[in-house]
Design a protein around this ligand. Structure first.
Ligand SMILES: *Cc1c(COP(=O)(O)O)cnc(C)c1O
Length: 412
């Protein structure tokens, strides 16, 4: 008991020393579930994790070789703060090739992942109290990154019934004189929603009547199914280009999450300010990782196609299996590697002797009783849902779904 009290006191003291900013930030629920599952695994318990937020595939061999060769050649120093000019040139060519978007390499910033690009943006554009419109369900880091910069996240609610798509009038209604930016994430994590060209055009036309920045998170651009195209709002509504930040990176497309290379193209003055902020925080992304990113963007793309083909097969399997379970409703995502089924019909029933009333309780009981890790939708702003990643082998998916099916069939 003494031990416990001392710990409590020490913890309270640490809490008191933390900044208001630090205390405001919540742990990512994705990482929390992954960590809890990892802890159980470490105890020798067989847990099947549907929490993964990264491709299960290895970084393609040609890209790894490029990184290793770069280290051997001594590309292991600081680079220009905004990233190597050669990489920024390659990114400019990529944006023109894929979207017809023309940028000077000077208007491109390379950061330590797309997540870091987003932080640089909010640090550069948000004053305390500035609002940033986020379409919900949303990727958890958006709201925390906005709040770290002193901004206020403003959520626009969407639902499964409308494919998790926000209507232009909803976005228009959310914009106030305090709004600094609107974030569009297509393909979307967690819902897999992909906006069509026409939908982006309608949204863009509403935004043209305002002065807000547009932040287009296109990190899942290449992870799309059924042959659909992904378009950038900056290309669809050219009038918005000079206030749009096109955010992307190599993490998801090339299974390079650990290399930490993301990029953003945008208006000159803002990109310059972001580069300056970056120079005082991380100095620059890792030299050899930037070289590997050049080879990822310019090299053989067949590994991307193979990865997406496999994801597509898993997606179809998952959607079909989940919809066969009583109480679960799952739409077919068009992109990214998650399904986001509605599970709220299960609320009110008991699992493992505990009554489940929300997504966190459901996920917690699924981990307890079925040894499967699923991410609660509450962290994404959608408590009626849960998120399951299919960035894992189809055998593991099958075993995991068997467990979920069995556990849920025993709910009473
Ligand atoms: C994974 C992810 C990112 C960030 O990826 P980085 O590894 O930081 O490049 C950004 N946005 C969304 C929606 C993501 O899922």
């Amino acid at each position: 008991m003494e031990e416990c009290c001392r710990f409590g006191l020490a913890e309270r003291r640490v809490q008191a020393r933390l900044s208001t900013r630090a205390k405001m930030i919540e742990e990512s629920p994705t990482l929390a579930v992954t960590a809890k599952a990892a802890a159980l695994k470490k105890q020798g318990i067989d847990v099947i994790g549907f929490g993964a937020g990264e491709p299960d595939f290895d970084t393609p061999g040609n890209i790894k070789e490029s990184g290793i060769e770069a280290i051997r050649k001594g590309f292991t120093k600081y680079t220009a703060a905004a990233g190597m000019p050669e990489l920024r040139q390659v990114i400019a060519e990529k944006l023109e090739r894929d979207h017809g978007l023309v940028y000077s390499p000077n208007d491109i910033l390379v950061s330590c992942g797309a997540k870091h690009c987003l932080h640089n943006i909010f640090q550069a554009i948000c004053d305390p109290g500035d609002e940033v419109v986020i379409l919900s369900p949303y990727w958890v880091s958006y709201s925390e990154a906005v709040r770290l910069a002193g901004g206020v996240p403003v959520l626009v609610e969407t639902s499964m019934e409308s494919e998790f798509k926000a209507r232009p009038d909803q976005i228009a209604d959310a914009i106030t004189p305090k709004t600094k930016a609107v974030i569009i994430n297509s393909p979307c994590n967690p819902t897999g929603t992909v906006y069509t060209r026409d939908e982006l055009k309608s949204i863009g036309e509403v935004l043209l009547n305002t002065e807000v920045y547009v932040i287009s998170d296109e990190i899942y651009e290449r992870v799309v199914y059924d042959g659909i195209e992904t378009v950038s709002i900056a290309a669809v509504v050219p009038g918005l280009k000079d206030r749009t930040f096109v955010v992307n990176g190599v993490s998801k497309t090339y299974a390079m999450t650990g290399w930490r290379i993301g990029y953003v193209a945008g208006p000159s003055e803002e990109i310059k300010a972001m580069a300056s902020i970056q120079s005082h925080t991380v100095s620059a992304p890792a030299h050899f990782a930037q070289i590997a990113a050049i080879d990822a963007l310019n090299g053989d793309q067949s590994s991307v196609d193979a990865m997406v083909k496999e994801f597509s097969r898993r997606r179809d399997y998952m959607v079909q299996r989940l919809n066969a379970i009583d109480g679960i409703e799952c739409t077919t995502p068009k992109g990214a590697f998650y399904v986001f089924p509605k599970v709220s019909r299960l609320y009110g029933r008991s699992l493992g002797g505990v009554k489940v009333t929300n997504s966190l309780e459901l996920c917690s009981q699924l981990l307890e009783t079925a040894r499967v890790a699923v991410v609660p939708g509450s962290g994404f702003g959608a408590d009626e849902h849960v998120r399951l990643s299919y960035a894992m082998s189809i055998e593991a998916i099958e075993r995991g779904l068997d467990r979920i099916e069995k556990a849920l069939s025993e709910m009473e």
